[in-house]
Design a protein around this ligand. Structure first.
Ligand code: G3P
Ligand code: CA
Length: 334
């Protein structure tokens, strides 16, 4: 299975920082995953949300106090500080911080150290690491809220393709997957680039740009065939792929039959994120046995997994699971 470093090595470093991406690459990730939003001056930067008070110190900067705003994004109201209200120069004065300080207190030691990176910087990091290691390192960018951004004048899909093509990423053989939860941006991307595309699907809800469409309907044989007309794969929430005992739900087989690769999200080591059979102890931040989930995904035939802990996933891939997770009865269906 491909190891896709979800927001970098976000289990060990504040997410979406160059340090998180570099650590993921050093730990053996095949792909790094930047989520992308736009600044006021139209530069793609890596944040999971355009509202940045949870992952930067923006809300505490007196010089930006007046930037607080309330916005409707994909049908939900958010109040906070938004990337589209900051020029890149302004955004660069902010510093990243850990999103989950109670679950991952060790990561708060890195709060305040790093800037919000641009896509250009992430590409430069990958190029430098490729030169240093001699191995290819893939990009797995996600455009966040593309419909919302298009409405306010920023075409994330076009900005991304322009930047990737200029950097030499152009063909389906290049190590790139572009992902989105929305459908229309992927269908447009299919006309703009030969780079591979992935339709993200959740266990609940539907694409923000198709209010009458449920993800469940997109995962029927006909729905998967429709996805295959514009995309190369699906990125599915793990509980769509495995049942509570770690057996395949059949989605992997159905997607493969439609000609789609299947990548799952998100493998995380803390108990709070794990199915009950993979937990160790009762503490939500306790480290569970996500290696057993890795094994269940392998048995289901999944092609790749987004993981917050690419270092641990590299060990699972090397078959070291029993060294690190040997508590009898905690592993999902062996
Ligand atoms: O992109 C795969 C996975 O990352 C989707 O979830 O919310 O972490 O972007 P999210
Ligand atoms: Ca993502």
């Amino acid at each position: 299975m491909l190891i896709i470093a979800h927001r970098g090595a976000s289990g060990e470093r504040p997410e979406h920082t160059l340090a998180a991406y570099e650590r993921a690459i050093d730990q053996g990730a095949d792909y790094i995953e930047p989520d992308l939003v736009a600044t006021k001056d139209g530069v793609l930067v890596a944040r999971h949300e355009n509202e940045i008070s949870g992952t930067t110190d923006g809300a505490e900067r007196p010089e930006f106090a007046a930037r607080a705003a309330t916005r409707m994004i994909d049908g939900q109201e958010f109040t906070g500080w938004f990337t589209e209200d900051f020029t890149l120069a302004e955004l660069r004065t902010l510093r990243a911080r850990e999103r989950l300080p109670e679950l991952r207190p060790a990561n708060t030691a890195f709060d305040g150290l790093w800037q919000v990176p641009t896509l250009a910087e992430i590409i430069a990091l990958v190029r430098a690491k490729e030169a240093g290691t001699g191995r290819r390192i893939g990009f797995y960018p996600e455009i966040k809220h593309p419909g919302y951004f298009l409405d306010i004048g920023y075409d994330l899909a076009a900005l991304l393709v322009e930047e990737l093509h200029a950097a030499g990423y152009r063909s389906a053989d290049d190590p790139v997957f572009i992902q989105s939860f929305e459908v229309a941006p992927l269908q447009r991307l299919d006309t703009m680039t030969d780079l591979r595309l992935v339709q993200l699907v959740s266990a609940q809800g539907g694409p923000a740009d198709l209010p009458d469409m449920a993800y469940a309907a997109m995962l029927t044989p006909q729905g998967l065939a429709d996805i295959a007309a514009y995309a190369d794969g699906i990125g599915a929430e793990l509980r769509l792929l495995l049942d509570d005992e770690g057996a395949s739900t059949g989605l992997v087989e159905a997607a493969h039959a439609a000609g789609l690769v299947v990548h799952g999200w998100t493998l995380r080591k803390e108990n709070v994120f794990l199915p009950p059979l993979a937990r160790l102890g009762d503490e939500p931040p306790g480290i569970g046995c996500e290696g057993s989930v890795w094994q269940a995904l392998e048995r289901a035939g999944i092609d790749g997994v987004f993981t917050d802990d690419p270092g641990r996933s590299s060990m699972w891939r090397q078959g070291m699971e029993n060294l690190l997770c040997d508590v009898a009865g905690t592993q999902l269906r062996k």
